[in-house]
Every structure is written in structure tokens, then in C-alpha cells.
Design a protein around this ligand. Structure first.
Ligand SMILES: [Zn+2]
Ligand SMILES: [Zn+2]
Length: 717
């Protein structure tokens, strides 16, 4: 498990000072930033507490204005500490730009370069190498804080953002671009529209390739973002609080808050805008009202956390109730009759590419070391379709396919000790025998336990026989990947079952049976991506998006999502992609690998093939960073295909690796992934794009999955 990769980075973060204030501690931290390529310094205030929250303190990010660094707010806005201590809130105070980057002209004026990063990622040379304050504040810094020592760890979930002037602009635009990521946003005397004020023009013209009139610039204006959202933000962002001094010397020329007020009214965004007579633009104004902004953030963070907990609790209660009922039903059934064969419905594949047939089948009682389970839900995976389509030369027919499921143990065979009737399980196609004599299970380096591999490959249970027969003529039906979950009941080896907490809904748990886990594990286990790394992902199905999600979770700084279908880019960005590339729309003569090398200078630190196409695998390898880039093959290639590249690619430091089930050990790790989800740290709901009912709907599910609009289609039996 490598959820703690961020902590490695903190070994390099240096605490410059720790000062007691208002009962809590104000730390200044220095670290080398991968976003800016410079040494960055930030301040973080931790409120007084006896117990550190495991996920870190809820926090208010404070973004300062032009010419400021991380210390201005600390020294001039002390009411913030009084209020934050009272609310139990941390304060995060980043710098306003890289320092000492050596960019020509960065110290020539006070409103550009040093002290004036504008919370954007520059795309125009020479600024584009170092001036990456958007990535720094939204990705790198939160990851570092989430992995910090518990005494100053900061939550990535419970947080709000606020700021002053240029920082107000930063707070508004950052929250508007990720409304689900922040409980609330507020600002004091913000620049609301850099597209139409001199400070904004100067900054955007210098930093952005398209200048202040370009398309990109609209991403860095609160007014433009609000206008583009239509009525989109109102519910997710909640009310915005803005304070403005009426005697502010920049009010008319630079700030122009009226345009934001008008736009908010137009699109229905709730806005509490307060004008204060006689106050100017200085920190005296900030000090006068900052306590209310801290309280505003704390109130909103608490409300969002409460709503989240209530939702999780309601889901858990409903699932526990359902589980208890199912368990009572199962144990009553077990008592009523000894374990014998059972009749149920299944979708049987009789021949490649022919629609599956709904059949009544007989499922024999589980033998020694086996369990029989009632399948509750099955998520279709491309491997099922691959075998069904006949491309898999080892595919056997007739067979019951399916391997991504959630199920409840209905009967146990002799000698089964780790499972009992009523247990909730996710079937695994990679077993974990956990025997001390199994050198694979005993090694932390692999999840590939070979103990039942040969029978599983022949479509049979470990004793060399099948548990399935057709009711109508007694024909034997083969098993598939040790799972066969296109059936209402199936038999599994005990060592193939991951036992999970019953409060996890099985129609979601099934996702951890293959694709999603594989993508997550490729990042967290196989390649162990570190904070700040750059990543490219080829193929944006469920596996590719899981790679994107995991890369974001571990703090990757750039996540380049590649596909030939631009319809997939919206989802990729929602999962955390920072850039999307349509590899089918590159100029003639440009390969995708040379394009990505061009975007990154030397290539990406990690790349992933999630397509199964051997040409894409080659492209993924060749866009990996000279000297150390690692490329991971995840996709399953068609039978007989071979990968190739020039050996020079490896000699110059690239590594080619592969992963099966993301390196997770089924019985140990799948339950942990479920726990992580239940703790709210691993959202997976967005993968389920389609839901169908009844095992007979599996043919429809295959159609849906092949349509290209589907990530996962869950069939609930
Ligand atoms: Zn083993
Ligand atoms: Zn699969």
C-alpha cells in the first residue's frame, strides 16, 4: 500500500521555525517544489488540540496579494489566529510566487514576476518553466500537507479558501474551477476580472501564451468562470462572502467588484457582498474583517462534513440492514436443508461472439476449500468481452464469464475456515493462498500466486472438475478466471475471496474486483509514483481514469491524459488530469511520443498503457523521461502481439514494466481499498455510468460497454 507516498516528500520539507500563537503553533516550512523548480516557503498554523485528527486539520487556505510573501498575513492579520484557534481550524499561507527563479525581468516591477504569480500556471516563455503557482497551491502543497507530521497535517477534504486582492482572485478562481474541492470561498478586496484591469492585462499578457484576450485567460478570471458556469456553481460552491473597503485606492481602476456582483446576480450565484465605509486596501482592512472570514470558512467546512457523514451513515445503515436480512435468510436456508446442488439462472457463452444465452443451470455444492456465493452485482470488464469475442485463444466454451463482482457466501465446503455463510466477498481472479511455502505469497514484490493457476486456466476448479451443468441436458459448463460471475450463484476457491466489510454496498464493491483496482495499483504499487512526478496515461476507460485518480491522490504534478476520443476528456479532467491530448488530431508527422516529450522537455516520469495496443505501448515507453522514466503496460494485448522499441530507449534509462491486478494481493488489499472508500478517501461512484437489473441484462451490458460511452456498467442481479 502506497497511500503514504506524500510523506516521503516531507522528509525533505524543513521546518524553519515553530512559534506558539493563540495556543496553537505557527510553523514556517521550506521545501524544494517540483511545480516551480525553486525552494518555496510557506506558513501553516495548527490550532491547539490534544489529539491530532488522523486526516489532518480542517483548514483555511489564505492567498496573499501582490508583493506579499508567506509572512505578511502572519504578522498583520492576527485576529485570524484567535478565530482559527477557537474554531479548531488550520491556516495555510503559501507564498505568492517562486523566488530566485532567475527569470529575466522577474524583479523589474512589483506587479509582475516575484510576488505576483497570480495563482496561474504560466504557458509563455520564459515564465512557463517556474511560474506554476496554480499547480503549486492546488496540487503540490495540499499533497505535502496531507502527508505531513500529524502535528501540522492538513486535510485535503475539509478546507476552504480565501484571499486578499490578487489572492482574492486566486481564491475565487481556484474554488470555481474545483467547486467540489472546497467547502467555501471568500475574499477581501479581490481582483474579480483580470481580463479587464491593468494588473490583469500585464500579468496575463506576460504569463499566458495567448495573452489576456486568449481562450486560456478565461480560466483565470472569476467573472469569466462564473459567466461560463451559467447557473452551475450556485449549489456546489454555496454562498460567496466578499468584503470591500469603500475608500480602497484600487477600487475603480483595478478591482471593479460591480462586474462580479452583476454576473452573480445574472447566473444566480449567491453572493454576500459587503461594502465598508472608509476602509482602504491595506492589511488594516484585512485585520478588521478576517475573523469573520475564518468563521465563515469554519461554518461551511463543518456543514459539509456533517452532510458527508450523514450520507455515509445512512448508506452504511441501509447496507447493514440489508446485510443482516441477507444473513438471516442465508442461515435460515442453511439450517433448513443440508448443502446440496442449487438451481439458478446464468448467462452462458456457447460460442465466440454469439449472444450469451439465459440458461437454468445446476451449481454443485462447494467442495473442500471452496465456497458457493450468491452474486449480487457484476460490473462488466473488457476482458470478459475479449474472451467472449473469441480473440482469447485460451477461451473455453461453453463457459460462464464474468469476474468483477460483489457476492455473499451462501454455503461453505469442508475445511473452509476464513469464510462463513453471510460473509460479503469480492471474487479475485488472482488468488492469495498465503501459504508459508508459497514464495510468491510470501514475497512483498508480487501478487501473482500460482497455487491454482493451472486448473483456473483450464476453466476448472482446483480438483480438476466444474461445478456447473446445464439443467436441460447436463452439459458441463466451464468456469472463467476462477470467478464466473454471470450467474446468480457461483463457486469460488476460498483463497480467491476477499472478505469485505458488510456496510460496503456490493454494487459498488464489485468495481474493486478488476479494472479500478488495477489502475490504482499500477500507480501506487507497481510504479510507486511520488509527489510532484509527471504522468501520462494512454486510454481513458475505467482503468485509465483509475490511473489518473491515483496519480492525483499521490500528488503527481502533471497528469497528461491521452485518447483518440476527445469525448473522454471531461471525465479525465474530473478525475484529475491536468492536460488532455487527442492523439488522433496531431499535426501530420508528429508522433504522440514526440508531442509529449515536447510538452515536458525530457518526457514524463511515468507513463501507462491502458489500451492493450502494442503501438501505444511503444509510444508510452518512448515518451518516458530520459534517464529514469518508467512505462507500465496495463492493457491486455491481443493474442500473438509483440512489443518493440529500439534498445537505445532502454539503454538511455527508460524502464518497461507491467502489472496484473495492480499488484494488489487480493485477500489482504481489496478489503483495504474498500475501507479506504468507506472512509471517504477513495471515491469510486463516478465509474458507474450505467446500471442494469437481472443477470439476463448482461448482453445489453456488453452492448453498452462497447458503445464507448461507458466506464462501468453494473448489472444488479
Ligand atoms: Zn500463494
Ligand atoms: Zn477485468
Amino acid at each position: 500500500m502506497h497511500f503514504i507516498a506524500a510523506r516521503q516528500l516531507n522528509k525533505m520539507a524543513k521546518v524553519l521555525s515553530a512559534i506558539k500563537v493563540c495556543g496553537g503553533t505557527l510553523r514556517r516550512i521550506e521545501h524544494v517544489s517540483s511545480s516551480t523548480g525553486t525552494t518555496m516557503t510557506f506558513a501553516v498554523f495548527s490550532p491547539p488540540t490534544k489529539i491530532y485528527p488522523e486526516q489532518g486539520f480542517p483548514a483555511l487556505y489564505w492567498l496573499s496579494g501582490l508583493t506579499c510573501n508567506d509572512t505578511n498575513f502572519c504578522q498583520k492579520a492576527s485576529p485570524a489566529f484567535v478565530q482559527a484557534a477557537k474554531e479548531g481550524l488550520a491556516l495555510v499561507m503559501p507564498d505568492t510566487s517562486p523566488r530566485g527563479a532567475g527569470v529575466e525581468g522577474e524583479d523589474a516591477s512589483w506587479d509582475l514576476g516575484t510576488g505576483a504569480g497570480f495563482y496561474l500556471d504560466a504557458t509563455n516563455a520564459p515564465w512557463s518553466t517556474n511560474y506554476k503557482m496554480y499547480s503549486y497551491v492546488t496540487a503540490e502543497l495540499p499533497a505535502l500537507l496531507a502527508g505531513a507530521d500529524p502535528s501540522w497535517r492538513v486535510s485535503v477534504v475539509d478546507r476552504s479558501v480565501s484571499g486578499h486582492s490578487m489572492g482574492g482572485h486566486g481564491a475565487l478562481t481556484i474554488a470555481m474551477k474545483d467547486p467540489a474541492g472546497w467547502a467555501s470561498v471568500s475574499a477581501l478586496a479581490p481582483i474579480v476580472d483580470p481580463l479587464s484591469c491593468p494588473w490583469g492585462h500585464k500579468a496575463l499578457d506576460a504569463y499566458l501564451a495567448g495573452g489576456h484576450t486568449g481562450e486560456e485567460a478565461k480560466q483565470f478570471s472569476a467573472v469569466a468562470l462564473l459567466r461560463a458556469s451559467g447557473k452551475g456553481f450556485g449549489c456546489s460552491l454555496g454562498e460567496i462572502l466578499i468584503d470591500q473597503g469603500a475608500a480602497d485606492e484600487f477600487l475603480e481602476a483595478q478591482l471593479c467588484p460591480g462586474t462580479l456582483q452583476a454576473c452573480a446576480a445574472e447566473v444566480g450565484q449567491p453572493l454576500r457582498f459587503r461594502t465598508h465605509e472608509g476602509y482602504d486596501h491595506s492589511y488594516f482592512f484585512v485585520a478588521s474583517f478576517i475573523a469573520e472570514h475564518v468563521a465563515f470558512a469554519a461554518t461551511n467546512i463543518r456543514a459539509k462534513a456533517k452532510a458527508r457523514h450523514e450520507k455515509a451513515q445512512a448508506e452504511a445503515d441501509a447496507a447493514a440492514k440489508a446485510a443482516a436480512a441477507a444473513e438471516a435468510e442465508a442461515s435460515a436456508a442453511a439450517e433448513a436443508s443440508p448443502v446440496g446442488p442449487i438451481e439458478c439462472q446464468a448467462m452462458v457463452a456457447f460460442a465466440p461472439n454469439e449472444p450469451l444465452t439465459l440458461e437454468s443451470i445446476i451449481v454443485a455444492a462447494p467442495k473442500a476449500g471452496e465456497v458457493r456465493v450468491r452474486v449480487i452485482a457484476n460490473a462488466l470488464c473488457h476482458t470478459d468481452v475479449y474472451t467472449w469475442s473469441g480473440q482469447d485463444p485460451e477461451g473455453l466454451f461453453p463457459a460462464i464469464l464474468g469476474h468483477e463482482a460483489g457476492a455473499i457466501v451462501e454455503a461453505v465446503g469442508p475445511g473452509v475456515t476464513s469464510l462463513k455463510v453471510g460473509d460479503h466477498v469480492v471474487p479475485g481472479y488472482t488468488p492469495q493462498c498465503a501459504s508459508p511455502s508459497c514464495i510468491f505469497c510470501m514475497s512483498p514484490k508480487t501478487n501473482l500466486c500460482p497455487s491454482i493457476r493451472s486448473s483456473q486456466g483450464r476453466g476448472l476448479m482446483p480438483d480438476g472438475t466444474s461445478r456447473f451443468t446445464l439443467k436441460r441436458d447436463g452439459t458441463t459448463v466451464y468456469h472463467f478466471m476462477g470467478c464466473s460471475t454471470f450467474a446468480e450463484y457461483t463457486v469460488l476457491a476460498e483463497i480467491s475471496c476477499a472478505k469485505i466489510r458488510p456496510e460496503m454496498p456490493l454494487e459498488k464493491a464489485c468495481l474493486f474486483g478488476c479494472g479500478v483496482s488495477t489502475g490504482l495499483g499500477a500507480v501506487m504499487n507497481t510504479t510507486k509514483v511520488e509527489v510532484g512526478a509527471t504522468v501520462a496515461v494512454f486510454g481513458l476507460g475505467a482503468v485509465g481514469l483509475a490511473v489518473v485518480q491515483a496519480a492525483k491522490m499521490v500528488g503527481a504534478s502533471r497528469i497528461i491524459a491521452v485518447d483518440v476520443n476527445p469525448d473522454k476528456f471531461t471525465a479525465a479532467v474530473a478525475f484529475g488530469a491536468t492536460e488532455c491530448v487527442n492523439s488522433a488530431a496531431l499535426p501530420a508527422g508528429t508522433t504522440i511520443q514526440s508531442h509529449i516529450v515536447g510538452m515536458t522537455k525530457w518526457g514524463v516520469d511515468y507513463s501507462y498503457d491502458c489500451t492493450g495496443n502494442v503501438d501505444v505501448m511503444r509510444a508510452a515507453l518512448e515518451c518516458a523521461h530520459r534517464g529514469w522514466g518508467t512505462s507500465c503496460v496495463i492493457g491486455v494485448a491481443a493474442s500473438g502481439m509483440e512489443i518493440k522499441t529500439r534498445p537505445f530507449q532502454l539503454v538511455t534509462g527508460r524502464k518497461w514494466v507491467g502489472t496484473a491486478f495492480g499488484g494488489w494481493k487480493t485477500r489482504t488489499d481489496v478489503p483495504r481499498l474498500v475501507d479506504k472508500h468507506l472512509a471517504g478517501e477513495l471515491p469510486i461512484d463516478a465509474y458507474v455510468t450505467h446500471t442494469l437489473t437481472g443477470v439476463a441484462a448482461t448482453n445489453e451490458a456488453i452492448k453498452v460497454l462497447k458503445s464507448g460511452q461507458c466506464l462501468r456498467c453494473v448489472v444488479v442481479y
